[in-house]
Design a protein around this ligand. Structure first.
Ligand SMILES: *[C@@H]1O[C@H](CO)[C@@H](O)[C@H](O)[C@H]1NC(C)=O
Ligand SMILES: *[C@@H]1O[C@H](CO)[C@@H](O)[C@H](O)[C@H]1NC(C)=O
Length: 240
């Protein structure tokens, strides 16, 4: 019976602390920074944990087995950072809160980005879609994201530069895809772009004029640009 007594003691030791916390932490999760940050990672979750405080501003449910969280996060009106990485999502969840600034969806099973799935996330500055199975991004899907600066699409199945990217982009990672055409008119609208990563071995050619028409951009690895057959990614950086 000793273990039982210990259990009871532990219970009485832990519980009196609970009222001191501003909001309770969901079972098995951990909530550093006074509950502002809620971490529910690697718990084998198939659904969102119950009783995540609605005031949460950063939530990670990474490394679980979530396949559908549609509309479940909408009540979190102040949620700024969300990680759903390393789950089983087949598409961008519907009904994400418009307060989001940073959205991590890497290592899921997303195949397609529809034009409506992200459009309302006007405050988004970082979007990580690395290591999914994305084959297509509908035109306009990213167009209205006027604050988006960092877009990571590394490790997908894209063959084209995504259409209508927002001019706010500073970092675009398309490496480990197989983009065959550099669409210069689209690139030229990206007036803030500082870094572009792309797999040069898939490019059919890098137009001679690529850098003439892009005075802002220079090639970080000139040799890679001159021989696009080289099995390495090419990088552009801002000359300024
Ligand atoms: C977006 O950001 C602005 C500026 O920080 C803020 O005033 C606004 O409330 C945010 N929008 C949402 C939906 O949270
Ligand atoms: C670039 O693409 C080629 C051809 O698909 C592939 O074999 C190579 O691994 C890719 N390189 C990188 C760094 O992803």
């Amino acid at each position: 019976m000793l273990w039982f007594r210990c259990g009871v003691l532990l219970f009485f030791c832990v519980c009196p602390l609970a009222p001191l916390m501003t909001s309770p932490c969901p079972a098995s999760c951990c909530c550093p920074r006074g509950g502002v940050l809620v971490l529910c990672e690697s718990l084998g979750l198939r659904s969102l944990p119950r009783s995540v405080p609605l005031s949460t501003s950063a939530l990670s449910v990474a490394r679980n087995q979530l396949c559908n969280v549609d509309h479940l996060l909408l009540p979190f009106a102040g949620l700024q950072e969300l990680s759903l990485s390393h789950n089983l999502l087949a598409r961008v969840p519907r009904g994400l809160p418009p307060s989001l600034e940073s959205l991590h969806l890497q290592e899921n099973r997303i195949t397609y980005i529809t034009s409506g799935s992200l459009r309302h996330l006007k405050n988004l500055t970082r979007l990580d879609l690395k290591d999914n199975r994305i084959r297509a991004i509908q035109p306009g899907a990213l167009e209205g994201l006027h604050k988006l600066q960092v877009l990571t699409l590394r490790g997908n199945e894209l063959t084209n530069l995504p259409p209508k990217l927002p001019p706010s982009l500073t970092d675009l990672d398309l490496s480990a895809n197989c983009v065959s055409m550099l669409d210069l008119p689209s690139l030229s609208t990206l007036v803030n772009l500082q870094v572009l990563k792309i797999n040069s071995s898939c490019l059919r050619s890098v137009p001679e004029s690529a850098f003439d028409s892009q005075p802002r951009l220079c090639c970080d690895k000139p040799s890679a640009c001159q021989s696009p057959a080289a099995p390495s990614d090419i990088f552009w950086c801002n000359r300024n």
